[in-house]
Ligand binder design. Structure first.
Ligand SMILES: [Zn+2]
Length: 215
């Protein structure tokens, strides 16, 4: 359950609401769900929907995965590579609640279930505030570590806090990623930059389809 009195309450989505939102999209005939990689490749030929979850919270594994599996919806979660099995340390000292992150075996099971992972950096720092060498390390080393740990290529990046600039964006492309997601709200066209992909936030109690179809 979402915490009742909490500044970030709107970011919590219950298992029931997630199922409702996904079923609503499926039932609308708006566009099929697809993996992020396929979504990116098929962007020029038609509308599709990719589902992303930042931070790889344990609650995504326990509450979200059963819903995704039941509805046959592929999704990607962005892992903070040095905090696997840890917690949202980057939020400590803020209003945010302490939350567990998926551990290695949960991530392995997530992958076995046909879901995907991407990189969310090493430590969830704002890359635009770091010296270039440190920002590059967050981008490059997180990719390497996840590839070594899980034995598969890591092709997708997500900017911590949605924070990027031209230099950071270029580092992500140079590191060999195929996409990077931002927190810019909106839908993407065939020509939207693959390294600043827009998203629509599935907020608690948000009229989801209305937001999705708005152009
Ligand atoms: Zn994050």
């Amino acid at each position: 359950m979402p915490p009742l009195f909490h500044g970030k309450r709107g970011l919590y989505v219950t298992r029931h609401l997630l199922a409702r939102q996904l079923r609503e999209i499926k039932g609308s005939g708006l566009a099929p769900f697809t993996t992020l990689g396929e979504w990116n490749r098929e962007r020029p030929t038609g509308r599709r929907i990719a589902v992303t979850f930042d931070d790889a919270y344990e609650s995504l594994f326990t509450n979200g995965l059963p819903v995704l599996e039941k509805l046959g919806v592929p999704a990607i979660t962005y892992v903070v590579a040095s905090l696997i099995g840890g917690s949202n340390e980057w939020d400590h000292g803020t209003q945010a609640r302490h939350e567990h992150l998926m551990d290695r075996s949960q991530l392995a099971e997530w992958l076995r279930a046909g879901q995907e992972i991407g990189s969310h950096g090493l430590t969830h720092r704002d890359l635009t505030t770091l010296p270039p060498d440190e920002a590059r390390r967050e981008i490059v080393e997180s990719k390497q570590r996840l590839e070594e740990s899980f034995g598969q290529p890591i092709r997708h990046f997500c900017y911590p806090y949605g924070a990027w600039n031209d230099a950071v964006r270029a580092m992500v492309e140079e590191a060999g990623y195929a996409t990077a997601t931002s927190t810019i709200s909106g839908i993407n066209s065939a020509t939207t930059d693959a390294f600043t992909i827009r998203r629509i936030l599935a907020r608690h109690q948000r009229p989801y389809l209305a937001a999705l179809t708005r152009r």
